[in-house]
Write a new protein. Structure first.
Length: 117
């Protein structure tokens, strides 16, 4: 959450987050994806950042590391609270490449408002 807040406040930039994805370290990669939650979480001051969230999500859609799959699902579910159509479009466009868990959890969030409906 801290990295998302600092990213939102421009204290770290897109390049920093993308470098985390390129480290090869699962925890840095996960931190990059989870940082998007801080951009979108209303209770922490997020207002929705479609561009940066989907930019990061696109970079990990083929990653099947369980920690990354969970992070991607979380990032998309959080963004859906501020821009449901953007997430629906992303899901539709990348459906054939997304992990089953992401499809299930995000689709459930979009249709029922719950992670597991």
């Amino acid at each position: 959450m801290l990295s998302g807040w600092t990213w939102r406040k421009n204290q770290i930039n897109d390049t920093d987050i993308i470098k985390w994805l390129d480290t090869g370290n699962r925890w840095w990669r996960r931190a990059a994806v989870v940082s998007t939650v801080g951009l979108n979480l209303r209770s922490r001051g997020g207002t929705g950042d479609i561009k940066r969230t989907l930019m990061i999500c696109e970079k990990v859609i083929d990653d099947r590391d369980d920690m990354m799959v969970k992070a991607l699902s979380w990032a998309l579910r959080e963004l859906s609270k501020t821009d449901k159509p953007a997430v629906e479009g992303f899901m539709s466009y990348y459906k054939s490449r997304l992990a089953g868990r992401v499809i299930r959890e995000v689709t459930s969030k979009l249709t029922t408002g719950l992670k597991n409906g």
